[in-house]
Design a protein. Structure first.
Length: 293
């Protein structure tokens, strides 16, 4: 755990300031976690992430004391060092207090942070799912979840959520759920592209040509081997009544049917591809939330 410098707003003697810092560190030392004292007074989310990489601290704590004459407002904030999101916050006022009493209050509040972190580790991750536009149908790891926006407790670990909405391209997002945290996963859907006009025209033409070829080929196959009535008389007919001249259309009919079937299949494929949107896959956009104690 990283301890950011104590922030004191208002007039307070340097010796008392030093004493409050000592009491803060005494309180933090009551826990089982190693505490690393840091020097960066003004530290935002980016700064915390950098410090986490340098020190290995997963959490950052910042204490603030507001001096109002004999009244003191004390606040402690615990941050997720990787994101800078507030995990828990506690605040209170010590009215008409001596500085030693303020120090006791500061130490007591700092001393329970370790237990709060233990409780966080046992709590499930809570994730709020939002979609733009709203009302997208959601699936979590392949199982129906409901319509966005909604909030669910999810198991610790990596998950995939899919959003679908009529008229928009489906999107899949991967995110990591961390026990004890409250996060938001936002899914932005893009309008589905209009059908590819050139591909649609090509598909329609190919499909039509296939139908024509099939319409020509099927009768040719049916006609094959039948007598040619225009020349079935006299010597062109044998004793059994069979005509010597018969239609030989099998090859042409088979070719026409084969081409027709292929053209119909190709035309349908072109039309389907011209209209079918493809799901997008993206990384999660997580917005950290807070869990109050």
């Amino acid at each position: 755990m990283g301890a950011l410098p104590l922030v004191i707003d208002g007039e307070l003697a340097p010796s008392w300031r030093t004493r409050l810092v000592q009491r803060l560190h005494e309180g933090l030392a009551r826990g089982s976690r190693t505490v690393v004292e840091l020097d960066e007074a003004q530290c935002d989310a980016t700064c915390m992430a950098e410090l986490a990489g340098e020190t290995g601290a997963r959490w950052m704590v910042r204490a603030r004391v507001q001096v109002r004459g004999r009244d003191f407002d004390v606040a402690l904030e615990l941050f997720d060092a990787s994101s800078g999101a507030i995990v828990t916050r506690s605040a209170g006022t010590c009215e008409v207090c001596a500085v030693e009493e303020v120090g006791d209050m500061l130490a007591d509040r700092a001393g329970v942070l370790d237990r709060k972190l233990d409780a966080l580790a046992r709590a499930p991750a809570v994730v709020r799912f939002e979609s733009r536009p709203a009302a997208a149908a959601l699936q979590l790891d392949g199982a129906p979840l409901g319509a966005a926006p909604l909030e669910r407790s999810v198991a610790d670990g990596r998950h995939r959520v899919r959003a679908e909405l009529r008229g928009y391209v489906p999107i899949e997002v991967q995110f990591d759920a961390i026990a004890g945290t409250h996060d938001t996963v936002s899914l932005e859907l893009s309008p589905a592209p209009r059908p590819n006009r050139r591909r649609s025209i090509a598909g329609a033409v190919t499909l039509s040509a296939g139908v024509v070829a099939l319409a020509v080929g099927a009768p040719l196959l049916a006609l094959h081997g039948r007598p040619y009535r225009g020349r079935c008389s006299g010597g062109d007919v044998d004793d059994d009544g069979d005509c010597r001249f018969r239609y030989d259309t099998r090859t042409g009919g088979a070719i026409a049917v084969a081409l027709g079937v292929a053209a119909i299949a190709g035309g349908i494929a072109l039309l389907v591809r011209a209209r079918r949107p493809h799901a997008r896959s993206a990384g999660a956009r997580l917005q950290g939330g807070a869990l109050a104690f």
